[in-house]
Design a protein around this ligand. Structure first.
Ligand SMILES: C[S@@+](CC[C@H](N)C(=O)[O-])C[C@H]1O[C@@H](n2cnc3c(N)ncnc32)[C@H](O)[C@@H]1O
Length: 236
């Protein structure tokens, strides 16, 4: 490589680094802005647990909050509980109606989430059930998904929040696909599905597959406003 070509390659790398830093700054500002919305809108009785990483990010929490404010769902089901269950619980309590049921594949994490629910005094509206992952066969394919008896008493879901099972570091693709084959019939007419991590390849494929297989419409793609992507779908 000539000296000039080496200089140009270095310049390119520097510009890419600069672009990454600017994008990170933009994300940090968005998360801070969303946190202000959460702390001003929710009648919090304790601090919220740490967000981002495995937990939802403030931007997704704000979307969830605003959805509940607008549509006032009576039954929210969450696949993967945690901070999202607290946000749902506070919003349902604020409107004086409804309940949120979260399932979690980890007994330890379900217990931790229940501890947080009690600390925030939301146990009358929010519950996290332990639902271990079990094999489930759909269209001759076998998946590891939540034990379906956890949903035996569930009907007329107004909002299904999909944030589990964890895909991160899981070599099996499309782990969240079974959500609709299992729960579509339990969605209320016009019920909504809010999907976190929607920018990942797996989630994009899952949504494309659901749209082809179920009577659904994509209401909104929050890709631009969120760090992990989010999509709102609706049963039609
Ligand atoms: C994407 S998380 C769900 C987060 C949840 N909706 C929330 O708002 O906090 C999916 C699952 O990862 C697991 N999990 C959560 N935090 C974790 C951590 N720090 N390390 C490993 N697994 C974790 C939990 O079992 C959780 O249900």
């Amino acid at each position: 490589m000539t000296e000039q070509a080496q200089m140009l390659a270095k310049l390119d790398a520097l510009l890419a680094q600069q672009h990454t830093i600017l994008e990170q700054q933009r994300q940090l500002y968005r998360q801070t802005e969303a946190l202000f919305a959460l702390y001003s809108q929710l009648p919090l009785r304790a601090a919220l647990p740490t967000m981002r990483g495995y937990a939802i990010s403030p931007d997704f929490a704000k979307i969830l909050l605003m959805h509940i404010q607008t549509y006032q769902p009576r039954l929210i089901v969450e696949l993967g509980g945690g901070v999202s269950t607290l946000i749902s619980g506070y919003m349902l309590q604020k409107h004086g109606d409804g309940r949120v049921l979260a399932v979690d594949q980890s007994a330890e994490f379900a217990a931790y989430a229940m501890h947080n629910i009690q600390q925030h005094q939301l146990a009358t509206v929010a519950q996290v059930r332990h639902a271990p992952l079990q094999p489930i066969t759909i269209h001759a394919e076998t998946w590891q998904w939540y034990a379906t008896d956890a949903f035996a008493d569930v009907d007329a879901i107004d909002l299904l929040v999909i944030d589990g099972p964890p895909q991160y570091e899981n070599p099996t693709p499309l782990v969240r696909y079974p959500a609709l084959p299992v729960l579509y019939a339990k969605l209320a007419p016009g019920g909504f599905i809010l999907m976190d991590d929607a920018d990942r390849d797996d989630e994009q494929q899952i949504v494309a597959r659901w749209l082809a297989e179920f009577d659904l419409k994509l209401v909104r793609d929050f890709s631009y406003e969120t760090e992990k992507g989010a999509k709102l779908l609706q049963k039609i």
